[in-house]
Write a protein that binds this ligand. Structure first.
Ligand SMILES: Cc1cc2nc3c(=O)[nH]c(=O)nc-3n(C[C@H](O)[C@H](O)[C@H](O)COP(=O)(O)O)c2cc1C
Length: 322
């Protein structure tokens, strides 16, 4: 029998450092993601100064749907940080998957999988202080050891497991496997190479997982979470303008720089996208970015059959609502 699942649904936004900030989480949650994670936060830095990490923590309006992901290597440190986070009423996820060299050099992220005995100690220590505790892992350090990892997580009674179907050594090369060990005793969410709704279906079928978490496939494409079909040109523009608005609320004009990593995704397969990207990557004001996107989308949408006499403001009023 599988244990009860506190997560509110089967599709979530995966944790991504530098991407899953409050504005992007808010957008994805509005577009149908049931839950999300913060960017990974260092356990050590939470202990030293929790205040400077406040900007990374979930906000009031998303509190029950966003997990705080901690990374670290020392079980005492990780459990102390976890207790601090829990005080705020938040759930905690352990990062046991990051393969980036500056993280693994310190024995954190996927380096926790090098010695599964030590890994168990970390998981046990965190579990002992946490009410809601999940772990995000890879299938192994250099070979597929997911059966062992799964059994440790099951025995240590974690609430849910998120698994990226690659070893740490693989980094992002090759294809992620969705055929993983999954006897179904603990809620399990699969991650890796999920870019379309078809991928979601196939990953769920092949893994028998409870659900999926989407990372790269959501960048500039929050519609991957929605149950309705592909958005039309106007709906796409509305989402982009919303994203820009949330970025402004969070960062003021620095949001224009933060937005750059989303531009390619938002303009994928559009006519003239290459020139447009070159132009907007230099913009440093969100208002200017917004007006460039409106012009560009108007041109593209018009080519897709808009009536010429329609004004962009009318289109936005009709489609974006509010
Ligand atoms: C830019 C970027 C940042 C990431 N940061 C994190 C992170 O902070 N914590 C984590 O557990 N995984 C992180 N990941 C891994 C993803 O959550 C995910 O497991 C991986 O990218 C595979 O899924 P995908 O093929 O859908 O991208 C990151 C991935 C990317 C691309």
């Amino acid at each position: 029998m599988s244990k009860a699942n506190f997560l509110p649904g089967n599709i979530g936004l995966a944790p991504m450092a530098g991407v899953t900030d409050y504005p992007f989480r808010k957008l994805c949650l509005q577009h149908g993601a049931y839950f999300a994670f913060t960017e990974m936060i260092s356990a050590k830095s939470v202990i030293i100064n929790v205040k400077i990490n406040e900007i990374y923590f979930p906000r009031q309006d998303e509190k029950d749907r966003v997990g705080v992901q901690l990374f670290g290597s020392d079980y005492a440190e990780l459990s102390e940080a976890a207790a601090i986070v829990q005080e705020k009423g938040l759930w905690v996820d352990l990062n046991a998957g990051c393969p980036v060299s500056k993280v693994i050099k310190k024995g954190a992220g996927s380096a926790l999988l090098k010695d599964l005995g030590e890994f168990r100690k970390v998981v046990r220590a965190m579990r002992s202080v946490l009410k809601r505790f999940t772990v995000k892992t890879r299938i192994g350090w250099e070979k597929d050891e997911f059966e062992k990892i799964y059994n440790i997580l099951l025995e240590e009674n974690v609430d849910a497991v998120f698994v990226h179907g690659r070893t740490a050594k693989q980094m992002y090369s090759g294809k992620a496997t969705w055929k993983i060990y999954n006897p179904g005793f603990v809620p399990l969410y699969i991650s890796g190479d999920i870019y379309t709704k078809e991928d979601i279906k196939n990953a769920m079928e092949q893994s028998g997982a409870t659900g999926v978490i989407v990372a790269r496939g959501s960048i500039g494409n929050p519609w991957i979470f929605s149950e309705i079909g592909e958005p039309n040109c106007e709906q796409r523009l509305c989402t982009i303008l919303k994203h820009l608005e949330y970025l402004y609320d969070e960062y003021k004009d620095y949001g224009a720089v933060v937005f750059r990593k989303f531009v390619a995704g938002y303009t994928k397969n559009m006519l003239g996208a290459r020139d447009f990207r070159d132009k907007v990557m230099k913009i440093r004001k969100l208002e200017e970015l917004s007006s460039e996107f409106q012009k560009f989308f108007y041109e593209n949408c018009y080519k897709q059959g808009f009536r010429k006499e329609q004004k962009i403001s009318d289109i936005l009023n009709q489609t974006c609502g509010n």
